[in-house]
Design a binder for this molecule. Structure first.
Ligand code: FES
Ligand SMILES: [Fe+2]
Length: 359
Protein backbone atom coordinates (compact mmCIF):
# COMPACT_ATOMS: atom_id res chain seq x y z
CA UNK A 1 0.00 0.00 0.00
CA UNK A 2 1.43 3.38 -0.95
CA UNK A 3 0.07 6.88 -1.23
CA UNK A 4 1.45 10.32 -1.79
CA UNK A 5 -1.88 12.09 -1.37
CA UNK A 6 -2.61 13.43 2.10
CA UNK A 7 -5.94 15.09 1.27
CA UNK A 8 -9.21 13.74 2.72
CA UNK A 9 -11.08 11.50 0.30
CA UNK A 10 -14.50 12.98 1.05
CA UNK A 11 -16.03 16.40 0.70
CA UNK A 12 -19.00 15.58 2.92
CA UNK A 13 -19.47 17.78 6.00
CA UNK A 14 -17.86 16.43 9.13
CA UNK A 15 -19.94 15.16 12.05
CA UNK A 16 -17.71 14.14 14.89
CA UNK A 17 -18.24 11.25 17.29
CA UNK A 18 -17.49 13.15 20.51
CA UNK A 19 -15.96 10.24 22.45
CA UNK A 20 -13.46 9.34 19.78
CA UNK A 21 -11.94 12.76 19.17
CA UNK A 22 -9.72 14.41 21.74
CA UNK A 23 -10.15 18.11 22.45
CA UNK A 24 -7.21 20.43 21.88
CA UNK A 25 -4.76 21.20 24.69
CA UNK A 26 -3.26 24.69 24.63
CA UNK A 27 -0.97 24.96 27.65
CA UNK A 28 1.99 23.38 25.90
CA UNK A 29 4.92 23.74 23.53
CA UNK A 30 4.26 22.52 19.98
CA UNK A 31 6.49 22.32 16.93
CA UNK A 32 5.39 24.98 14.45
CA UNK A 33 7.95 24.35 11.70
CA UNK A 34 11.37 23.00 10.88
CA UNK A 35 14.14 25.50 11.66
CA UNK A 36 15.05 25.39 7.96
CA UNK A 37 11.59 26.76 7.05
CA UNK A 38 12.31 30.04 8.86
CA UNK A 39 13.79 32.69 6.58
CA UNK A 40 13.09 36.12 5.10
CA UNK A 41 9.81 35.02 3.55
CA UNK A 42 6.59 35.37 5.57
CA UNK A 43 5.02 31.92 5.91
CA UNK A 44 1.71 30.70 7.28
CA UNK A 45 0.61 27.55 9.16
CA UNK A 46 -2.52 26.59 11.08
CA UNK A 47 -1.89 25.55 14.70
CA UNK A 48 -4.71 24.62 17.13
CA UNK A 49 -7.31 26.04 14.78
CA UNK A 50 -5.59 29.40 14.35
CA UNK A 51 -3.32 30.72 11.58
CA UNK A 52 0.18 31.89 12.52
CA UNK A 53 2.72 33.81 10.46
CA UNK A 54 6.40 32.91 10.94
CA UNK A 55 9.76 34.25 9.74
CA UNK A 56 13.33 34.93 10.83
CA UNK A 57 14.11 38.48 11.96
CA UNK A 58 17.23 40.27 10.73
CA UNK A 59 19.09 39.45 13.97
CA UNK A 60 18.24 35.75 13.53
CA UNK A 61 15.43 35.59 16.10
CA UNK A 62 12.53 33.33 15.28
CA UNK A 63 9.25 35.23 15.05
CA UNK A 64 5.77 33.72 15.20
CA UNK A 65 2.75 36.06 15.18
CA UNK A 66 -0.99 35.67 14.93
CA UNK A 67 -1.55 35.74 11.16
CA UNK A 68 -4.61 37.96 11.42
CA UNK A 69 -4.27 41.71 11.08
CA UNK A 70 -5.95 43.38 14.05
CA UNK A 71 -7.86 45.70 11.71
CA UNK A 72 -9.93 43.55 9.29
CA UNK A 73 -8.24 40.12 9.57
CA UNK A 74 -6.09 40.30 6.44
CA UNK A 75 -3.32 37.62 6.63
CA UNK A 76 0.01 39.14 7.66
CA UNK A 77 1.68 36.26 5.81
CA UNK A 78 0.28 37.74 2.59
CA UNK A 79 1.48 41.22 3.48
CA UNK A 80 4.73 43.11 2.91
CA UNK A 81 7.88 42.65 4.96
CA UNK A 82 10.05 45.76 5.26
CA UNK A 83 13.13 45.00 7.38
CA UNK A 84 11.73 43.76 10.66
CA UNK A 85 8.26 45.20 10.17
CA UNK A 86 5.20 43.84 8.37
CA UNK A 87 2.91 46.26 6.55
CA UNK A 88 -0.58 44.86 6.06
CA UNK A 89 -1.35 44.72 2.37
CA UNK A 90 -4.96 45.78 2.91
CA UNK A 91 -4.95 49.18 4.70
CA UNK A 92 -1.32 49.50 5.71
CA UNK A 93 -1.26 48.86 9.50
CA UNK A 94 2.40 48.13 10.34
CA UNK A 95 3.59 45.64 12.99
CA UNK A 96 6.92 44.98 14.73
CA UNK A 97 8.39 41.58 15.55
CA UNK A 98 6.74 41.71 19.00
CA UNK A 99 3.31 42.05 17.35
CA UNK A 100 2.79 45.65 18.43
CA UNK A 101 1.17 47.90 15.83
CA UNK A 102 3.68 50.68 15.09
CA UNK A 103 1.79 52.71 12.54
CA UNK A 104 -1.75 53.20 11.25
CA UNK A 105 -2.25 55.41 8.18
CA UNK A 106 -4.19 58.49 9.27
CA UNK A 107 -4.53 57.43 12.93
CA UNK A 108 -2.50 56.50 16.00
CA UNK A 109 -1.98 52.76 16.72
CA UNK A 110 -2.61 53.09 20.47
CA UNK A 111 -2.32 49.67 22.06
CA UNK A 112 -3.32 47.68 18.97
CA UNK A 113 -1.30 44.49 18.65
CA UNK A 114 -1.42 40.92 17.41
CA UNK A 115 -0.37 37.97 19.52
CA UNK A 116 3.33 37.11 19.52
CA UNK A 117 4.25 33.52 20.48
CA UNK A 118 7.32 32.59 22.57
CA UNK A 119 9.63 30.46 20.40
CA UNK A 120 12.44 28.02 21.14
CA UNK A 121 14.67 26.00 18.83
CA UNK A 122 15.03 22.37 19.94
CA UNK A 123 16.41 19.66 17.68
CA UNK A 124 15.75 20.48 14.00
CA UNK A 125 12.48 22.23 14.88
CA UNK A 126 11.05 25.48 16.22
CA UNK A 127 8.54 25.17 19.06
CA UNK A 128 5.95 27.74 20.16
CA UNK A 129 4.23 28.13 23.51
CA UNK A 130 0.47 28.27 22.86
CA UNK A 131 -0.56 28.67 26.50
CA UNK A 132 -2.47 31.78 27.54
CA UNK A 133 0.36 33.11 29.73
CA UNK A 134 3.63 33.83 27.90
CA UNK A 135 5.36 34.03 31.30
CA UNK A 136 4.71 30.30 31.72
CA UNK A 137 6.70 29.48 28.57
CA UNK A 138 9.49 27.54 30.25
CA UNK A 139 11.64 25.73 27.62
CA UNK A 140 12.26 23.08 30.28
CA UNK A 141 8.69 21.93 29.59
CA UNK A 142 9.71 20.63 26.14
CA UNK A 143 9.99 16.84 26.51
CA UNK A 144 12.98 16.41 24.19
CA UNK A 145 14.24 12.77 24.12
CA UNK A 146 17.50 12.67 26.06
CA UNK A 147 18.57 9.59 24.07
CA UNK A 148 19.10 11.73 20.94
CA UNK A 149 22.74 12.67 21.44
CA UNK A 150 25.21 12.81 18.54
CA UNK A 151 24.49 9.96 16.14
CA UNK A 152 22.74 10.52 12.82
CA UNK A 153 19.17 11.18 11.72
CA UNK A 154 16.81 12.05 8.92
CA UNK A 155 13.73 14.22 9.32
CA UNK A 156 10.52 14.90 7.45
CA UNK A 157 6.94 16.08 7.62
CA UNK A 158 3.62 14.32 7.15
CA UNK A 159 0.11 15.77 7.33
CA UNK A 160 -2.62 13.56 8.78
CA UNK A 161 -6.26 14.44 7.98
CA UNK A 162 -7.48 13.22 11.36
CA UNK A 163 -7.64 14.19 15.01
CA UNK A 164 -4.27 14.25 16.79
CA UNK A 165 -5.34 11.60 19.29
CA UNK A 166 -5.49 9.13 16.39
CA UNK A 167 -1.89 9.93 15.46
CA UNK A 168 -0.76 9.28 19.05
CA UNK A 169 -2.85 6.09 19.24
CA UNK A 170 -1.41 4.84 15.96
CA UNK A 171 2.08 5.28 17.39
CA UNK A 172 1.13 3.65 20.70
CA UNK A 173 0.02 0.39 19.06
CA UNK A 174 2.84 -0.85 16.86
CA UNK A 175 1.19 -4.23 16.28
CA UNK A 176 0.15 -2.51 13.04
CA UNK A 177 3.77 -2.58 11.78
CA UNK A 178 3.41 -6.17 10.60
CA UNK A 179 0.06 -5.75 8.87
CA UNK A 180 -0.10 -2.18 7.59
CA UNK A 181 3.58 -1.76 6.73
CA UNK A 182 4.83 -5.32 6.33
CA UNK A 183 7.72 -4.71 8.77
CA UNK A 184 8.34 -5.33 12.45
CA UNK A 185 8.13 -9.11 12.61
CA UNK A 186 5.48 -11.40 14.05
CA UNK A 187 7.50 -12.01 17.22
CA UNK A 188 7.23 -8.28 18.01
CA UNK A 189 3.47 -8.28 17.25
CA UNK A 190 2.63 -11.10 19.64
CA UNK A 191 4.80 -9.93 22.55
CA UNK A 192 2.32 -8.48 25.03
CA UNK A 193 2.94 -4.82 25.88
CA UNK A 194 3.86 -3.88 29.44
CA UNK A 195 2.75 -0.45 30.65
CA UNK A 196 5.74 1.64 31.74
CA UNK A 197 5.86 2.69 35.37
CA UNK A 198 6.31 6.33 36.36
CA UNK A 199 10.06 5.93 36.86
CA UNK A 200 10.43 4.51 33.33
CA UNK A 201 8.70 7.49 31.73
CA UNK A 202 10.60 10.66 30.76
CA UNK A 203 11.89 12.30 33.95
CA UNK A 204 9.71 15.23 35.00
CA UNK A 205 6.92 14.28 32.56
CA UNK A 206 5.43 11.13 34.12
CA UNK A 207 2.08 12.86 34.80
CA UNK A 208 1.79 13.81 31.12
CA UNK A 209 3.01 10.52 29.68
CA UNK A 210 1.81 7.08 28.78
CA UNK A 211 4.07 4.39 27.41
CA UNK A 212 4.66 0.70 27.02
CA UNK A 213 7.57 -1.64 26.61
CA UNK A 214 8.23 -4.85 24.74
CA UNK A 215 11.30 -6.97 25.48
CA UNK A 216 12.03 -9.87 23.17
CA UNK A 217 14.66 -12.06 21.59
CA UNK A 218 14.53 -11.38 17.86
CA UNK A 219 16.76 -10.21 14.99
CA UNK A 220 17.81 -6.71 13.91
CA UNK A 221 15.58 -6.96 10.80
CA UNK A 222 14.80 -3.66 9.00
CA UNK A 223 16.61 -1.57 11.64
CA UNK A 224 19.91 -2.94 10.27
CA UNK A 225 19.51 -1.25 6.86
CA UNK A 226 20.75 2.25 7.74
CA UNK A 227 23.67 0.98 9.80
CA UNK A 228 24.98 -1.55 7.29
CA UNK A 229 24.52 -4.40 9.76
CA UNK A 230 23.33 -7.93 9.04
CA UNK A 231 19.50 -7.98 9.42
CA UNK A 232 19.65 -11.58 10.66
CA UNK A 233 21.83 -10.66 13.69
CA UNK A 234 20.15 -12.19 16.78
CA UNK A 235 19.52 -9.48 19.40
CA UNK A 236 17.72 -8.85 22.65
CA UNK A 237 15.44 -5.93 21.73
CA UNK A 238 13.94 -3.57 24.30
CA UNK A 239 11.39 -1.21 22.78
CA UNK A 240 9.99 1.74 24.76
CA UNK A 241 7.16 3.65 23.07
CA UNK A 242 5.92 6.80 24.77
CA UNK A 243 3.58 9.69 24.18
CA UNK A 244 4.34 12.76 26.23
CA UNK A 245 1.09 14.63 25.85
CA UNK A 246 0.10 16.59 24.00
CA UNK A 247 2.98 17.23 21.62
CA UNK A 248 5.40 14.34 21.17
CA UNK A 249 5.57 10.59 20.78
CA UNK A 250 8.85 8.73 20.59
CA UNK A 251 10.10 5.18 20.49
CA UNK A 252 13.48 4.18 21.90
CA UNK A 253 14.63 0.84 20.50
CA UNK A 254 17.75 -0.74 22.02
CA UNK A 255 19.52 -3.81 20.64
CA UNK A 256 22.00 -6.08 22.39
CA UNK A 257 23.48 -8.84 20.22
CA UNK A 258 22.96 -12.19 21.91
CA UNK A 259 26.31 -13.35 20.54
CA UNK A 260 29.06 -11.16 22.09
CA UNK A 261 31.16 -11.80 18.97
CA UNK A 262 28.50 -10.30 16.65
CA UNK A 263 29.80 -7.44 14.49
CA UNK A 264 26.59 -5.38 14.43
CA UNK A 265 27.29 -1.74 15.33
CA UNK A 266 23.73 -0.48 15.87
CA UNK A 267 22.64 -0.19 19.50
CA UNK A 268 19.93 2.49 19.69
CA UNK A 269 17.27 3.87 17.35
CA UNK A 270 14.90 6.71 18.29
CA UNK A 271 11.86 7.47 16.15
CA UNK A 272 10.35 10.76 17.29
CA UNK A 273 7.11 12.38 16.14
CA UNK A 274 6.19 15.92 17.10
CA UNK A 275 2.40 15.93 16.95
CA UNK A 276 0.85 19.38 16.39
CA UNK A 277 -2.88 19.75 15.80
CA UNK A 278 -3.63 22.05 12.87
CA UNK A 279 -7.22 21.91 14.08
CA UNK A 280 -9.41 19.17 15.54
CA UNK A 281 -9.40 17.15 12.32
CA UNK A 282 -5.94 17.72 10.87
CA UNK A 283 -2.54 17.05 12.42
CA UNK A 284 1.01 18.08 11.55
CA UNK A 285 3.57 15.33 12.16
CA UNK A 286 7.23 16.41 12.20
CA UNK A 287 9.28 13.23 12.44
CA UNK A 288 12.86 12.13 12.94
CA UNK A 289 14.46 8.72 12.45
CA UNK A 290 17.69 8.71 14.49
CA UNK A 291 20.34 6.07 15.21
CA UNK A 292 23.49 6.09 17.30
CA UNK A 293 25.82 5.24 14.39
CA UNK A 294 26.26 6.99 11.01
CA UNK A 295 23.96 6.13 8.12
CA UNK A 296 25.66 4.01 5.47
CA UNK A 297 22.83 4.45 2.96
CA UNK A 298 21.78 7.49 0.94
CA UNK A 299 20.05 9.80 3.43
CA UNK A 300 17.44 11.10 0.98
CA UNK A 301 16.52 7.56 -0.02
CA UNK A 302 16.27 6.55 3.63
CA UNK A 303 14.05 9.56 4.42
CA UNK A 304 11.83 8.72 1.44
CA UNK A 305 11.48 5.15 2.67
CA UNK A 306 10.45 6.30 6.15
CA UNK A 307 8.00 8.77 4.62
CA UNK A 308 6.45 5.97 2.54
CA UNK A 309 5.75 4.05 5.75
CA UNK A 310 4.15 7.10 7.40
CA UNK A 311 2.02 7.70 4.31
CA UNK A 312 0.57 4.24 4.82
CA UNK A 313 -0.49 5.41 8.30
CA UNK A 314 -2.05 8.52 6.74
CA UNK A 315 -4.04 6.38 4.35
CA UNK A 316 -5.34 4.13 7.15
CA UNK A 317 -6.17 7.05 9.46
CA UNK A 318 -7.98 8.88 6.65
CA UNK A 319 -10.24 5.90 6.04
CA UNK A 320 -10.91 5.40 9.77
CA UNK A 321 -11.62 9.09 10.35
CA UNK A 322 -14.07 9.03 7.45
CA UNK A 323 -15.97 6.17 9.09
CA UNK A 324 -15.93 7.95 12.44
CA UNK A 325 -17.42 11.01 10.78
CA UNK A 326 -20.17 9.39 8.73
CA UNK A 327 -21.02 5.88 9.95
CA UNK A 328 -23.53 6.45 12.76
CA UNK A 329 -24.56 2.92 13.69
CA UNK A 330 -25.31 2.67 17.40
CA UNK A 331 -23.65 0.39 19.94
CA UNK A 332 -20.07 -0.59 20.71
CA UNK A 333 -18.02 -0.10 17.57
CA UNK A 334 -14.50 -0.54 18.97
CA UNK A 335 -13.53 -3.77 20.73
CA UNK A 336 -10.23 -3.30 22.50
CA UNK A 337 -7.48 -5.80 23.35
CA UNK A 338 -4.39 -5.53 25.59
CA UNK A 339 -2.42 -3.76 22.83
CA UNK A 340 -4.94 -0.89 23.05
CA UNK A 341 -4.40 -0.12 26.72
CA UNK A 342 -1.72 2.58 26.12
CA UNK A 343 -3.84 4.28 23.43
CA UNK A 344 -6.95 4.27 25.61
CA UNK A 345 -4.97 5.80 28.48
CA UNK A 346 -3.68 8.41 26.07
CA UNK A 347 -7.22 9.37 25.03
CA UNK A 348 -8.25 9.75 28.67
CA UNK A 349 -5.15 11.80 29.45
CA UNK A 350 -5.85 14.25 26.61
CA UNK A 351 -9.48 14.63 27.73
CA UNK A 352 -8.34 15.21 31.32
CA UNK A 353 -5.77 17.83 30.33
CA UNK A 354 -8.27 19.70 28.16
CA UNK A 355 -10.89 19.58 30.94
CA UNK A 356 -8.45 20.94 33.50
CA UNK A 357 -7.62 23.81 31.13
CA UNK A 358 -11.30 24.63 30.71
CA UNK A 359 -11.73 24.57 34.48
S1 FES B 1 -6.90 44.54 7.38
FE1 FES B 1 -4.88 45.01 7.84
S2 FES B 1 -4.82 47.15 7.73
FE2 FES B 1 -6.88 46.66 7.29
FE1 LIG C 1 2.68 3.10 11.24
Amino acid sequence: MTTTENAPTTARPLRRSPGAVAPLVREAWYVVAARSEFGHELKQRWILGEPVCFFEAEDGSLIVLDDRCAHRRFPLSRSVREGDTIRCRYHGFTYGTDGRCLAVPGATPGDIKVRSYPTVERGPWVWIWTGADAEAADPGLIPWPKEIDGGDGVTGYTNNPCNYSMVHENLLDLTHLEFLHGIGGHDFTVTEPRLLSADELPAGFADLSVGYGKDLHTVLSHFAISAGDDPTTPVFRTGRMMSVTPAINYAVERFEPTDPAATAKLRTVVIAHCVTPADDSSTHQFWMYWQDVPFVVDRDERAALVKTVFNEDVEALTWIQEYMDHDERAGVVEHSVPADVPGLRLRRLLHRLAASERA
